[in-house]
Design a protein around this ligand. Structure first.
Ligand code: ADP
Ligand code: MG
Length: 341
């Protein structure tokens, strides 16, 4: 559609026209194709559509981040971009899909070169690491909004609905760091510097690690999987419902970082781990008769996983499966997941 080009700018930051911006800022991100996909990118940025030759199932997911809803003005543009792409890559990880390529629809109030370069830098670190090229997109003027669609392939997607009674529930990494980091970020002041632990937690919030490598390695053992975006109990609730079993979580077994304990205190750290969102760790189940083999596989491949619960029969009278804390625990959690509507 013909439209007025993007050209408003602030005086301290050089303005860019729409096509320069695409060529100079975004086109370089097209080079990070994986060696496995060298012949897959048939047509990239510059034509009306991109063309990708795809082997196997195409797995894809789209996410939008809106300023004022998902992030505030004070987030550095490189962190904003990193986080936006990490969150989408995490969805691919949750399906055990290998990343192929992504597209970016960017709505900007103005086109400032410094801001855009920092933003592209945030995308680049993940694109490079995961051999994940940017092959197309759209650029428009308006309130800052970032939409990323990611694409991957897998022969065998892993679904939320695959959990079976008796399965053991695991998570990767630590839980609750991002929620603790968000609290630190919201409480920050101009005068007080972050402690080492505070800085670490803020980094975990701004730059979550998409567990792509872990996911591809553990996939052969896994029955059901998702990524923890809304909070462990909320997300395991989705898995329980989809699988039609209950899931019990032991709050004493949660992997909680020293930084989270130090900054949040023991009890709040546990609340963060159970119900804080934004960690983008994987939660998944393994059949009980494969647990020994699985855990020794993780040890030998240096994959950090923690057993946090199990899949059990639904309680009598329950319509849908739910996730809950194990019976006998005196721990109470109230909130569960963010909803836009
Ligand atoms: P059209 O008018 O056909 O929609 P555009 O002018 O929007 O084309 O885009 C021109 C080319 O630049 C297309 O190949 C498009 O995929 C690419 N492109 C536009 N914006 C971006 C972006 N933010 N990131 C990557 N590629 C982009
Ligand atoms: Mg367009």
């Amino acid at each position: 559609m013909a439209k007025e080009g993007l050209r408003m700018a602030q005086s301290d930051d050089q303005r860019l026209g729409e096509f320069d911006l695409i060529r100079e800022i975004f086109q370089p991100l097209q080079t990070f194709t994986s060696p496995d996909h060298r012949d897959s990118l048939v047509v990239g940025i510059g034509d009306d559509c991109a063309v990708w030759r795809n082997p196997g199932n195409l797995v894809f997911s789209i996410d939008t981040l809106v300023e004022g809803v998902h992030f505030t003005k004070d987030i550095p543009p490189s962190d904003l971009a990193y986080r936006a792409l990490a969150v989408c890559l995490s969805d691919l990880a949750a399906m055990a899909a290998k990343p192929s390529f992504f597209t970016l629809a960017l709505t900007l109030p103005d086109a400032r070169e410094g801001w855009l370069k920092a933003f592209a830098g945030g995308l680049e670190s993940l694109a490079r690491q995961h051999h994940f090229p940017l092959v197309g997109g759209d650029t428009t003027r308006g309130p800052l909004t970032i939409t990323i669609q990611v694409h991957g392939t897998t022969e065998q997607p892993i679904l939320r609905s695959g959990a079976r009674q008796g399965d053991v529930v695991y998570v990767t990494g630590h839980l609750g760091d991002a929620a603790a980091g968000l609290n630190v970020w919201l409480d920050k002041t101009d005068t007080v510097q972050f402690s080492k632990h505070q800085a670490y937690l803020v980094e975990r919030f701004h730059r979550p690690t998409p567990r792509i490598n872990e996911s591809l390695l553990i996939a052969p053992f896994v029955n059901a999987m998702l990524d923890v975006s809304d909070g462990l109990l909320a997300d395991l609730g989705h898995m329980a419902k989809a699988s039609d079993f209950d899931i019990e979580v032991d709050p004493e077994k949660l992997p909680i970082s020293i930084a989270n304990r130090d900054v949040s205190g023991e009890q709040q750290a546990k609340v963060n781990a159970l119900s804080g969102g934004d960690d983008y760790e994987l939660a998944f189940t393994v059949a009980s008769d494969r647990v020994i083999e699985f855990e020794s596989f993780c040890l030998s491949h240096d994959i950090d996983v923690t057993k946090v619960g199990s899949v059990v029969a639904k309680e009598a009278g329950d319509k849908a499966g739910v996730a809950r804390i194990i019976d006998g625990s005196d721990f109470q959690v109230v909130q569960s997941g963010y909803r836009h509507f």
